[in-house]
Ligand binder design. Structure first.
Ligand code: C2O
Ligand code: CU
Length: 513
């Protein structure tokens, strides 16, 4: 358990925007170095040892315009030993260097050799590289709509530890259409990267080396089926506060936690005006009293403080009626509406935001029924799988380039899994509940209710979707514009590492490979 930390004593920090090394005809070139460093995360905590991009936690924000080619040389200057407990009992990790990294730009439309395939890892100074290693400089075409993306580590089998150590940052693509809407901008547009952590008394990060109820004979360290930190950080500060003017602000919210989902609410009772999600702007602004954000999801919202001068408003995480009163994670961030209006607020909250063409009328090339299942391994540990297959099993999902498919995800476990598919943005068709106990008894699907349409804030492009237990969640997507090897997985990082991740391959029939 973390030491008791007073809430709302540190101001919210905003990540620095990364400066390019070179702007040339081939694109904008950046270099980012992963390093170990120390940073103060709360007034009363000694500095914390972290791993971060350019020695910052969270990493610097990368800003790109639509169509601007961005090249990044991701360099690893990390130590050879991990400071968090690495379980080497799976994925042949005992034969691999302990510290490996590979960066994935989450939500980006990128060729396979720049996507950060989990086996494309590399060690300090590229001394050793994984079997799927591609290139030192990654290229992001940014030929997609304006959106809030994020980059984070994706190395095989240790993603949960690398991200927990601090390897995550924001990446924002801007486009002209969005600019024309006159949304709150400049200092009134603020990214919020939310993560949960647990601290030791000396300020160091605590990550358990085994599951909560370890069975006999369990390896140590051993992976666990989930991790929930007892302390909430926003942009790298524990429960910070933000002083605001009585006007509209745009917050690009990202849940960068390993396992924790948040049910976000404002204790003033006011609604969020949600304008965007993973893949950019929604078709229409929607009023949301409460927003569920699962790991890796992004929620782009406007909060209007104009009627709250002098008030203090807390962004809460509603833990529900059964919450433990000692649980401190019901608070996220405090707003103090105590700043004078520096200029007139001329920003808008438009009703119509963007055009999102429906994929429903496309020809459907394949419907894939895929199960999310839970089983146990040789140590009786929880082993979560996609369609009963391990990461190492042969590729089974092979969509053809430029075709549309429906993926029907049937969750047979008892928890929600945020499922993420690389390369593409999809649309949610519906969710339909079925009798899970009955299915587990004799494999019959008895629906217990009608198919539910997506939630009002799920009508845009998504790359990560909450797949609740005992429901079939259907997604529709078009596999384009690149062919090659990508991955899809659960974004609970403890699940992704073991073993809820699968390769998939987009086949271009005109190319032989
Ligand atoms: Cu954000 Cu494959 O991950
Ligand atoms: Cu999961």
């Amino acid at each position: 358990m973390s030491p008791k930390l007073e809430k709302f004593v540190d101001p919210l920090q905003i990540m620095k925007t990364l400066n390019p090394k070179e702007i040339g005809r081939g694109g904008t070139y950046y270099e980012v170095r992963m390093q170990e460093f120390q940073q103060k995360l709360h007034r009363d905590l000694p500095p914390t040892r972290l791993w971060g991009y350019n020695s910052q936690y969270p990493g610097p924000t990368i800003e790109a315009k639509q169509g601007e080619v961005v090249k990044v040389k991701w360099k690893n200057n990390l130590p050879d030993k991990h400071f968090l407990p690495v379980d080497k009992t799976f994925h042949h990790l005992e034969h691999m260097p302990e510290v490996r990294t590979v960066t994935h730009l989450h939500g980006s439309e990128t060729r396979p050799d720049s996507d950060g395939y989990p086996d494309a890892w590399f060690t300090n100074n590229f001394k050793e590289v994984g079997e799927a290693f591609t290139r030192k400089v990654y290229e992001y075409p940014n030929n997609q709509r304006g959106a809030t993306l994020w980059y984070h580590d994706h190395a095989m089998g240790i993603t949960r530890l690398n991200v927990y150590a601090g390897l995550a940052g924001m990446y924002i693509i801007r486009d002209e259409q969005e600019k024309s809407l006159k949304l709150p901008s400049g200092s009134f547009e603020i990214p919020l990267l939310i993560q949960d952590r647990t601290f030791n008394d000396d300020g160091s990060l605590f990550y358990p080396s085994q599951p909560d109820n370890p069975t006999e004979g369990l390896p140590n360290p051993s992976i666990r089926p989930f991790f929930l930190g007892d302390t909430i950080l926003v942009n790298g500060k524990v429960w910070p506060f933000l002083e605001v003017e009585p006007r509209k602000y745009r917050f690009r919210i990202l849940n960068g936690s390993n396992t924790r989902g948040y049910q976000m609410e404002l204790d003033s009772g006011q609604s969020f005006y949600q304008i965007g999600s993973d893949g950019g702007l929604l078709p229409k602004t929607v009023m949301m009293d409460s927003i569920l954000i699962e790991p890796a999801e992004r929620m782009d919202v406007i909060v209007d403080f104009s009627q709250y001068e002098g008030k203090t408003i807390t962004l809460k995480n509603n833990l529900g009626p059964d919450a433990d009163p000692a649980d401190q994670t019901d608070d996220i961030l405090q707003f103090r509406v105590n700043q004078p209006l520096s200029s007139q607020d001329n920003s808008h909250i438009p009703n119509r935001l963007s055009y999102v063409p429906s994929l429903k009328h496309n020809n459907i090339a394949a419907i894939r029924n895929l199960k999310l299942v839970s089983t146990t391994d040789q140590y009786s540990r929880t082993l979560l799988l996609l369609d009963n297959k391990m990461w190492m099993d042969p590729v089974t999902e092979k969509p053809r380039l430029d075709t549309t498919e429906i993926w029907s995800l049937m969750n047979l476990t008892n928890v929600t899994h945020p499922i993420h598919i690389h390369l593409i943005q999809f649309q949610i068709l519906d969710r339909r509940p079925f009798d899970l106990d009955r299915y587990n008894e004799d494999r019959t699907i008895i629906f217990t209710g009608p198919a539910q349409p997506p939630k009002p804030n799920e009508y845009g492009w998504k790359d990560t979707v909450a797949v609740p237990p005992g429901e079939i969640t259907r997604l529709i997507m078009r596999f384009s514009p690149y062919s090659g090897s990508y991955v899809w997985h659960c974004h609970v990082l403890e699940h992704e590492d073991y073993d809820m991740m699968r390769p998939y391959m987009i086949i271009d029939p005109h190319k032989e490979d």
